[in-house]
Design a protein around this ligand. Structure first.
Ligand SMILES: O=P(O)(O)O[C@@H]1[C@@H](OP(=O)(O)O)[C@H](OP(=O)(O)O)[C@H](O)[C@H](OP(=O)(O)O)[C@H]1OP(=O)(O)O
Ligand SMILES: Nc1ncnc2c1ncn2[C@@H]1O[C@H](COP(=O)(O)OP(=O)(O)OP(=O)(O)O)[C@@H](O)[C@H]1O
Length: 488
């Protein structure tokens, strides 16, 4: 990228979350990730610019020195910080403004510091040949995949219903989304292919901000950030058909929508359960990580067949993420008193903030402090800080996204990262990466504590006013899901 020749017309709006906005290059497989700030922050423009540079360094350090070692060899892209010409950034911000969803406009793109992160565009392959079918990318934000196991949990419902499912009720009652999503992260993380299939079907039915599908780098499904939007599964299956079925079959005996979605789900499940290293898929490992007793009562009927085989292959992307999420072993209810202990200590000794690395730097020392946290509470500040650090790392893993990029292999072409779907053709060239591994601020802990209590009380209230539900519709009329899968 030639920084002195930047042309805003070469870039377009790609997507955004709560904290950053991403633009993609029209020709090259590259994106720029800009931070966003609330309009109040902009009143302190000078500090904001300094803050942006610090935030960018913190993101790179946290991803490199903390998340990558914890997640292992899986593709983690932190990006390269780049200082861009301010006039380019201002013109770019104007260009993308009209593409941004209404619900995200409470924050503005940082167009004052000039700093951004440059990353590979993970919705594409860097060396994709035009003559091949355009790449597909499935992005999943899986959220928290376990029920709290801390003895300090005081609200019984938290043992039975996962945070995502409870949070759904609050989001719908407060108008964030119009319809409840039936997706349950515990199903996706279960390692049981039937439960995973159900999770993916539920994501397809109501993607919210948990599922996006890109074709040739363009968003074709999900992620519209529009609370009322009804997503068109028919249109999606038309766009996907040719990826999963041979051309002659498409003409003679066109597959049903269900058949296409089954294939898509099968490919996603295979990618999620494959063991990966930095080079691509590895031989399936025989080590399995038991998932535990995690079955969410809000999600499924507790059918015996779906309770079986609850384990994940050790080096698959889901088990890596889950292991980091489980660093939250106290739950926010157990963590909050430790946060208060740290707060009291910092009031007495403000200079300790730096030594304890409350705001970073996120380096090997931070990782050591976290890893060597005493196993029992000995009343020390070291214990409290270690647990707070662990909790923040777990929060990042609960909020990251998985990108699965695929393209069918043409003919007999064999590529290093080929994903083979059992009993099925074609093979896929594929890559799995994790994005959004930013540090969560120490200051967000009181908000999380308060939100936890709101989520639970809203859920309990909404269940009291609702008649008991029967079996989910999917199970009553869709027999496919109980038949199609072979163990991966
Ligand atoms: O608290 P949650 O579970 O709602 O997660 C927030 C996400 O909401 P979600 O429920 O996934 O729609 C939220 O995502 P959206 O803005 O809703 O797309 C952010 O990812 C937020 O992170 P941060 O505060 O911007 O660093 C996330 O906040 P953290 O709790 O990770 O700080
Ligand atoms: N390297 C990348 N290649 C392609 N697309 C990307 C890349 N990084 C991010 N994106 C896209 O941009 C979107 C927003 O990015 P990201 O999740 O990092 O934002 P965020 O503000 O940190 O999100 P959150 O609200 O979850 O905190 C992602 O959902 C994804 O679709």
């Amino acid at each position: 990228m030639e920084l002195d020749k930047m042309d805003e017309n070469g870039w377009k709006y790609h997507g955004e979350g709560n904290k950053s906005i991403v633009v993609s290059h029209i020709q090259h497989s590259q994106v720029l990730r800009f931070l966003k700030y609330s309009t109040e922050d902009l009143e302190h423009l000078h500090q904001t610019s300094e803050q942006a540079l610090q935030d960018i360094h913190n993101i790179v350090d946290f991803s490199t020195h903390i998340m990558r070692p914890l997640l292992g060899e899986i593709n983690v892209h932190h990006g390269e910080p780049v200082k861009l010409p301010l006039d380019f950034v201002k013109r770019l911000a104007l260009r993308v403004e009209q593409e941004r969803p209404e619900s995200r406009t409470d924050k503005v793109m940082d167009q004052f510091s000039g700093w951004a992160l440059c990353l590979p565009n993970l919705t594409k392959f860097p060396d994709h040949h035009r003559e091949h079918r355009p790449p597909l990318c499935i992005e999943i934000k899986p959220k928290c995949g376990f029920l709290p196991f801390s003895r300090q949990v005081t609200k019984e419902v938290k043992w039975k219903v996962c945070r995502f499912c409870m949070h759904q009720r609050l989001k719908v009652s407060s108008g964030v989304w119009k319809r409840l999503s039936k997706y349950c992260p515990l199903d996706l993380f279960s390692g049981n292919t039937q439960r995973m299939y159900l999770a993916i079907r539920n994501l397809l039915d109501e993607p919210q901000n948990n599922l996006k599908i890109f074709r040739d780098g363009e968003l074709i499904y999900g992620g519209m950030d529009d609370a009322g939007q009804q997503h068109d599964l028919n249109k999606l299956t038309q766009q996907l058909r040719s990826y999963f079925f041979p051309t002659n079959m498409l003409i003679q005996d066109p597959p049903s929508n269900k058949a296409v979605l089954n294939k898509l789900s099968q490919v996603i499940i295979t990618a999620l359960l494959t063991s990966w290293d930095a080079e691509g898929p590895t031989q399936p490992t025989r080590d399995y990580v038991p998932v535990g007793r995690d079955q969410c009562h809000a999600s499924l009927p507790l059918l015996d067949c779906l309770k079986a085989h609850q384990s994940l292959p050790k080096d698959c992307v889901l088990s890596k993420i889950l292991q980091v999420q489980r660093l939250d072993d106290l739950d926010i209810e157990g963590l909050y008193p430790l946060y208060k202990r740290v707060e009291r200590h910092l009031v007495e000794c403000p200079e300790e903030r730096t030594r304890l690395q409350i705001d970073g730097p996120y380096n090997e020392k931070f990782l050591e402090r976290m890893r060597h946290c005493p196993s029992e509470d000995n009343g020390s500040i070291e214990y409290a800080v270690g647990k707070v650090h662990q909790y923040r790392v777990a929060m990042t893993a609960k909020d990251c996204s998985i990108m699965i990029t695929l393209t069918p292999c043409e003919g007999d072409e064999i590529l290093g990262s080929t994903l083979e779907i059992p009993h099925s053709k074609p093979k896929f060239r594929s890559a799995v990466s994790i994005v959004d591994l930013d540090p969560k601020p120490y200051e967000s802990i009181p908000h999380i504590y308060k939100l936890d209590s709101q989520i639970v009380s809203n859920y309990v209230k909404s269940m009291q006013s609702e008649p008991k539900q029967g079996l989910p519709e999917l199970f009553l009329d869709d027999k496919d899901c109980t038949l199609v899968f072979h163990p991966v």
